[in-house]
Design a protein. Sequence first.
Length: 90
Amino acid sequence: QAMQEYQLDPQSSPIYFGQLLGMSDHLTYSLGAYGYKAYKYVPYGKVSEVMPYLIRRAQENSSALSGADNEIAMILLELKRRLRRLFFSS
């Protein structure tokens, strides 16, 4: 909504959306489907350095985990769609 308000084209604007891998993947897919530049990132380093960061992100995004049911439902629908296409396409 803000991108449209400021008349920023998804393809040519310098704005990217970054998300931690495994968090709210459905949002990343939606951004990509609308032409926005989105990426996933993976923290890298020693476990003793990375775990506190991941724990903080999980605490900050605990509401994102409530969307897991929705994400599972979306994955199952996509799986069914692909299986139908595989077995019933002519």
